[in-house]
Design a binder for this molecule. Structure first.
Ligand code: ZN
Length: 279
C-alpha cells in the first residue's frame, strides 16, 4: 500500500523519493455543508474538485520568519459521514486530501506541530461556473433572480449551491485567503483524523451531534437568526441547555402555523427586500 503511495508522490518529484524522505498527512479541504457565506458545494462539485486539487500546492505561512513551507496534494477522495446530515438535509460529504512534504531541517518543527494535531483554518481557492439559487433554481452567474442568499423566503433560507468547478488554486493553512479575487475562496476548520474514541470523546461527539441538529432545525425553521450567530451561541451552551433548545425547536416545528398578520408582514418585508435588490 505504501508503494502505491510512493508511486503517486513520485509523479510530482524530479527524482524518485524514498518513503523515509517524505512526511504525509491528511487534510480536509471542503465539504457540502452550507457555510457562513450561505453557500455550499454540491456533491458533484466536490467530486470535480477532487480531480482538480491533485498536484496542487499548499502553503503554511505561519512561520514568523516569513519562510513559507509547502506541501503537495498527491491523493484526494470524497468521503461521507452517514451519521451526519447537512443543514439542508443532504448526506454529509467532504473532500479529504493527502499531502506530502519533503523532510528537511527547516520543516522539522512544522511536522511536529502537524503530528500534534494543530488546528488551523484551511482555506481553498477555486472558481465555479454556476451558482444555483436554492429557492428558484436559477443560475446566479448567468442571470439574476429575486432572492438573496442569507434571507428567508416563506420560511426557507436562501443559499447558493456552487456547481461545476472550473479550476482549483492553492490551498493554505492561513487566516487570510491566498486568492482574493480568484472566484470562490473558502475557509474551513481543519479536522484531524480521530485517533481514539474514549469516554470523553463519545460525550463530545454526542454534544456535537446535538449542536448540528439544533443548527439544522433552526435553519429550516426560517427563524431568521443567522447561522453564525446560532453557532456562536451553541458553543457557549451547557449540554442541558442544548437538550432544552433542541426540544423547543422540535416542538415549534409541529406548531408552526403562521397567523395571517405574520404572513402579510413577511410578504411586505420580502417585497421590500426584492425592491432594494433591484436598485
Ligand atoms: Zn432565486
Amino acid at each position: 500500500m505504501s508503494e502505491n503511495r510512493m508511486e503517486k508522490i513520485n509523479r510530482f518529484t524530479r527524482r524518485p523519493l524514498k518513503e523515509e524522505e517524505v512526511y504525509c498527512f491528511p487534510v480536509i479541504l471542503c465539504d457540502n455543508e452550507i457555510d457562513r457565506d450561505c453557500e455550499k458545494f454540491s456533491l458533484n462539485a466536490l467530486k470535480k474538485l477532487a480531480e482538480l486539487f491533485i498536484g496542487k500546492t499548499g502553503i503554511f505561512n505561519h512561520d514568523p520568519k516569513g519562510e513559507n513551507q509547502t506541501a503537495r496534494i498527491y491523493h484526494t477522495e470524497v468521503c461521507s459521514d452517514p451519521a451526519r446530515k447537512t443543514l439542508d438535509g443532504e448526506a454529509y460529504h467532504y473532500l479529504r486530501a493527502e499531502a506530502y512534504m519533503v523532510r528537511t531541517d527547516s520543516n522539522k518543527d512544522l511536522i511536529r506541530e502537524i503530528d500534534g494535531g494543530i488546528k488551523k483554518e484551511v482555506s481553498v481557492g477555486c472558481s465555479v461556473a454556476k451558482e444555483i439559487c436554492s429557492i428558484c433554481g436559477k443560475d446566479r452567474k448567468t442571470g439574476e433572480c429575486a432572492h438573496r442568499k442569507g434571507r428567508v423566503y416563506n420560511g426557507k433560507r436562501c443559499f447558493y449551491i456552487l456547481e461545476q468547478p472550473t479550476d482549483a488554486f492553492e490551498w493554505s493553512f492561513v487566516a487570510v485567503p491566498a486568492q482574493k479575487n480568484a472566484g470562490v475562496t473558502k475557509k474551513y476548520s481543519e479536522k484531524t483524523e480521530e485517533k481514539s474514541l474514549g469516554g470523553e470523546n463519545v460525550f463530545e461527539a454526542l454534544c456535537d451531534d446535538l449542536k448540528r441538529d439544533i443548527l439544522r432545525l433552526s435553519f429550516l425553521s426560517g427563524d431568521g437568526i443567522p447561522v453564525k450567530l446560532t453557532k456562536a451561541a451553541l458553543m457557549r451552551m451547557e449540554p442541558e441547555e442544548l437538550l432544552e433548545m433542541k426540544r423547543a425547536l422540535s416542538d415549534s416545528e409541529y406548531s408552526k402555523e403562521e397567523g395571517e398578520l405574520e404572513k402579510a408582514l413577511k410578504k411586505t418585508k420580502e417585497t421590500e427586500a426584492n425592491n432594494s435588490f433591484r436598485i
